[in-house]
Design a protein around this ligand. Structure first.
Ligand code: ATP
Ligand code: MG
Length: 494
């Protein structure tokens, strides 16, 4: 397959000669802002400087493309707009992988796209995109973007309100605040992050258009930022996370100049909303290459910025905590490969387990930890992490339950075991317990006990429970009501 790409690179391919002066001011795409009559054609576009790879010179076949993505392309074309498959869909097909999703890029504006698809919704403010929904599949459609103009620099304190109504804005530090100025295809290509992500596939002759030598980089398995890497990271520091994610996912090397500023730029991630960082962190974990991603996060400062407490407490790769993290990520990749689901609550339970253990060790000084002490430490760890990646409450509550159930699963009393087994989080907590044992924690065979318990019949279960000491699940000490509500600073995360 790669030979086919090489053939595309060094075999017959045409380089277009046309060129057109850039005009960056328009908020409407300059090409076909009004649909021309009839089908759109590549001839309508300025493809100056692009390599065009003919149908028989690349390995992408229409049958590998989602029928829904093709439907979107054809409908836009029929309405007189140019539309292309772009991004991961093209890249992954060239690599012989199954794309996670299909993205479409077009010269139709969001409003024009919406008129064509009943099932379309405009989402996002910073970067408007259209979701065209077909049952569970979403095709993401974006309008060609133009570069930012220096006069769009926004000085002063920026709030959502202060930049309301602006199509384009960036801070004096170069961070893009609004990115909704539309342009033409070659401008759009250069606004994308990596060269491998800037390839356009058209149903007009089933050709690939390459503006940034993406094919050559794919062939050499190189992740190369388009333009000046430092400037591009400053525009959007999330590109640092994307560099790590794609390097892990694709097994690409990060090109030297793309890699060079990464550590220096990493602190800029703190200017990104914690909600967006949480979403991006999930892409790390659920992309099927979580183990590799975490290994890379150790090499780059991005890891320390995103998961400060975890990275600080897993410096020794041989420690039980580090092993647990590695195994959790490996299991996640395995589950996803088997088509099983993974929950962010479990993943964050594993990621934040090392810092939780550190606090508990200091706290307890060898004594058993009480449930309230555990609860307080759990809140403390979560509270620190959500300042970086805002874990939604429904997940953080479940994370804390998985942790708390660890104590109950280890209780070894009849009542404790019954309570643990009846808990809605039992299965996740049991999986977590096994993970701890696999990582090398000595838990006195309790994992095996629970495995046997689940496979036993009613009578055997009764025997197993009766063989345990009677005891109570946990000793609840009544706390005296404080006269004034103290501010502990360890509330549940909001
Ligand atoms: P995958 O979907 O497999 O994670 P992808 O490359 O398709 O990978 P998406 O997040 O779906 O990634 O984005 C689609 C395309 O949009 C990218 O390939 C890239 O061209 C562009 N893009 C996305 N995010 C950025 C960004 N932060 N900066 C510049 N371009 C971006
Ligand atoms: Mg994609």
């Amino acid at each position: 397959m790669l030979r086919k790409i090489s053939k595309a690179l060094f075999g017959k391919r045409s380089k277009t000669q046309t060129s057109e002066p850039a005009n960056h001011a328009a908020t409407e795409p300059r090409h076909n802002s009004k649909p021309s009559r009839g089908r759109a054609s590549l001839d309508d576009l300025d493809l100056s400087g692009a390599d065009i790879i003919e149908r028989d010179e690349h390995c992408i076949s229409r049958k590998d493309i989602s029928p829904n993505a093709l439907k979107v392309l054809y409908r836009l074309n029929d309405a007189g707009f140019n539309a292309f498959l772009v991004g991961g869909g093209v890249r992954d097909l060239l690599l012989g992988d199954k794309p996670k999703d299909f993205d479409v890029s077009t010269n139709a504006t969001p409003e024009q796209i919406k008129q064509l698809f009943r099932n379309a919704m405009i989402i996002g403010r910073r970067f408007k995109i259209i979701h065209v929904r077909f049952g569970r599949e979403i095709i993401e459609v974006t309008t060609f973007r133009a570069p930012h103009e220096p006069e769009n620099q926004f000085k002063g304190k920026t709030t959502n309100r202060s930049i309301k109504g602006l199509d384009s804005a960036h801070s004096s530090a170069g961070l893009i605040l609004r990115d909704n100025v539309y342009g033409n295809i070659n401008e759009d290509a250069l606004r994308r992050d990596f060269t491998a992500n800037a390839l356009y596939y058209t149903t007009d002759g089933f050709r690939i258009i390459d503006f940034a030598n993406g094919l050559e980089d794919i062939d050499n398995r190189l992740l190369r930022m388009i333009g000046d890497p430092a400037t591009r990271y400053r525009e959007d520091p999330v590109r640092l996370m994307r560099a790590v994610r794609f390097a892990a996912k694709l097994g690409f090397d990060i090109e030297k100049n793309t890699r060079a500023p990464m550590d220096e730029m990493a602190p800029l991630l703190s200017s990104i909303s914690s909600a967006r960082l949480f979403d991006e962190s999930l892409k790390f974990l659920t992309g099927g290459k979580a183990e590799k991603t975490f290994a890379l996060l150790r090499q780059f400062k991005v890891g320390q910025v995103l998961f400060p407490a975890t990275m600080a407490t897993t410096k020794d790769p041989q420690s039980v905590e580090s092993q647990l993290l590695t195994l959790a990520m490996r299991n996640t990749d395995r589950r996803l490969a088997q088509g099983k689901s993974v929950t962010p609550a479990f993943l964050y339970a594993a990621i934040l387990w090392p810092p939780l253990q550190q606090i508990l060790k200091q706290h307890a000084e060898g004594k058993p930890v009480s449930i309230p002490e555990h609860h307080e430490a759990a809140n403390q760890v979560i509270l620190k992490q959500i300042q970086v990646t805002a874990i939604p409450k429904r997940f953080s509550i479940a994370t804390k339950e998985i942790w708390e159930q660890q104590i109950r699963l280890q209780t070894r009393t009849k009542r404790g075991a019954e309570t643990a087994f009846a808990h809605p989080r039992f299965r996740a907590a049991y999986d977590f317990l096994l993970l701890r044992e696999d990582a090398g924690e000595a838990l006195d065979g309790v994992g095996q006990w629970w495995t046997d318990f689940q496979t036993a019949d009613e009578a055997q279960r009764e025997d197993m429970l009766n063989a345990l000491g009677k005891g109570t699940a946990t000793k609840r000490r009544r706390r005296r009501k404080p006269t004034k509500k103290p501010n502990t600073g360890t509330e549940d995360n909001a």
